[in-house]
Ligand binder design. Structure first.
Ligand SMILES: O=C(O)CCC(=O)C(=O)O
Length: 451
């Protein structure tokens, strides 16, 4: 009775309650979320979860760290938040040793401290490790208090859990991409890597950075790339451990698709290979997912991913993706990088579009542990809290608005034209280089004959 009286005093809960009598839980949640998303624009605080857009309270604690409320606000509005010093140094040290030992046992073995053993070709820039659940650091990693407090605030008390990797081969909950410096990968064929690294740089840097005119390996010139350094091909949304690519995503969510957890295992300043993400991109993805859910009961993960990879390609190839930009301007999207110190954690919204990047340091290997929180069902059996809460942030201006636009035929045409133009320019540069090299050789030969 008390619960019902409380419900009746609150409009959002009243709608929920009434619709619940109709029975369809998924559509009930959507209806309530629509209601919240209207109220969100008037700075509504969600009484159900006691959270929502807010700007009045201090964002910083006495210790100078972001409060859990501020982290939650960043997570839902921008699509990410950073928890400084979340993982104790001793855990980082043990986890790092496990990764190093794992790489040393691979074929060919990689010694993380010895550049001559690092990948020596320009095909892949990343080695992968996934230490098994046998290591003793797992419980301390998975119960780290700052991380737990942030997840309690973002997802809700008792609505998430973290799992270690399995002891035997199986679905891994964590994997660690180890990204080697571009320059070291360049050995022994400098020309091969400069060719690979100079794939058309179509991104705009926000700052008027002089280093833009410097070498492509300068840290300010980092770029989002896939494993094989193809620019613009690494953008994706995480599928979640064990969730099939062809599986259908809906607004009901899935326990395998909670917040993405990036643990920085090495210090990662700007340009040192940190994950790149599109600020605010979770909101257009969410809106697409909601529409697909209403129209046809959801969308497969691979189709969702392909749709937003294509939108990123269109935006990039029409010059509307800006690097290191929190306020990219109308019609543009801003890309930011997960930077920080070993032990910091960056939490990404499960729908954020993100990518690996080039490691432009001269000799620092980027080590990161990438996991995902598992969602736990609530009393009514519903799994997802994050998607539902995110709906209240639609229209809150977190950035990424340009991603709401589908690629138009014109965009696609323009992108194709730009691509063709770039390729022509590259061909021309190559022809001129060959011509210059031939001229030098000819001259050298003449000089040799003269002497
Ligand atoms: O290497 C990175 O920073 C990105 C990794 C990533 O996004 C992924 O594998 O899902």
């Amino acid at each position: 009775m008390v619960a019902e009286r409380t419900t009746l005093r609150d409009p959002a809960r009243f709608i929920s309650y009434s619709l619940s009598k109709l029975g369809d839980l998924r559509h009930l949640l959507l209806a309530r979320s629509h209601c919240h998303s209207i109220l969100a624009r008037t700075n509504f605080r969600d009484p159900f979860l006691n959270k929502g857009p807010q700007a009045t309270r201090s964002r910083v604690s006495m210790a100078g760290l972001l409060t859990d409320d501020a982290l939650t606000e960043d997570f839902y509005r921008l699509g990410y938040c950073k928890i400084k010093g979340a993982i104790p140094p001793s855990v980082i040290a043990e986890f790092s040793t496990a990764i190093a030992n794992d790489l040393a046992s691979q074929d060919p073995p990689i010694d993380i401290h010895s550049p001559t053993t690092w990948p020596q070709n320009n095909k892949t820039r990343v080695a992968e490790s996934a230490p098994t659940g046998l290591h003793p650091f797992w419980p301390r990693l998975l119960t780290a208090p700052k991380l737990a407090a942030a997840l309690d605030s973002i997802v809700g008390l008792d609505r998430w859990e973290l799992n270690p990797n399995p002891v035997e081969p199986g679905v891994r909950h964590w994997y660690c991409p180890v990204t080697f410096p571009e320059q070291s990968c360049a050995q022994p064929s400098a020309s091969a890597i400069s060719e690979a690294s100079s794939r058309p740089a179509l991104f705009h840097n926000c700052s008027t950075d002089v280093a833009l005119h410097g070498p492509i390996t300068h840290p300010s010139r980092w770029q989002p790339v896939n494993r094989r350094r193809f620019l613009n091909s690494g953008w994706h949304i995480d599928v979640g451990p064990g969730f099939p690519n062809a599986g259908v995503r809906t607004m009901a969510g899935d326990e395998r698709q909670g917040p993405v957890i990036l643990v920085l295992m090495s210090d990662c300043p700007r340009g040192y290979g940190g994950t790149a993400f599109v600020q605010g991109s979770h909101l257009p993805v969410l809106s697409y997912l909601r529409d697909a859910d209403v129209a046809s009961g959801g969308v497969s993960h691979e189709d969702l991913n392909a749709e937003f990879a294509l939108r990123m390609r269109c935006l990039t190839e029409t010059g509307r993706v800006r690097i290191e930009c929190e306020n990219p301007g109308e019609g543009m999207v801003g890309v930011v990088q997960a930077c920080g110190e070993a032990g910091d954690v960056v939490l990404l919204h499960p729908l954020v579009v993100h990518s690996g990047t080039t490691n432009c340091s001269s000799d620092v290997v980027r080590v990161m542990a990438n996991g995902m929180a598992r969602m736990k069902g609530g009393e009514g059996g519903e799994v997802d809290v994050v998607l539902e809460r995110s709906l209240t942030y639609l229209g809150s201006g977190g950035g990424g608005e340009a991603l709401f636009e589908e690629c138009t035929g014109e965009d696609k045409k323009e992108a194709a034209l730009l691509k063709a133009k770039k390729e022509k320019e590259k061909e021309k540069e190559k022809r001129e280089r060959v011509k210059r090299e031939r001229a030098v050789k000819k001259r050298e030969k003449e000089l040799r004959q003269l002497s």
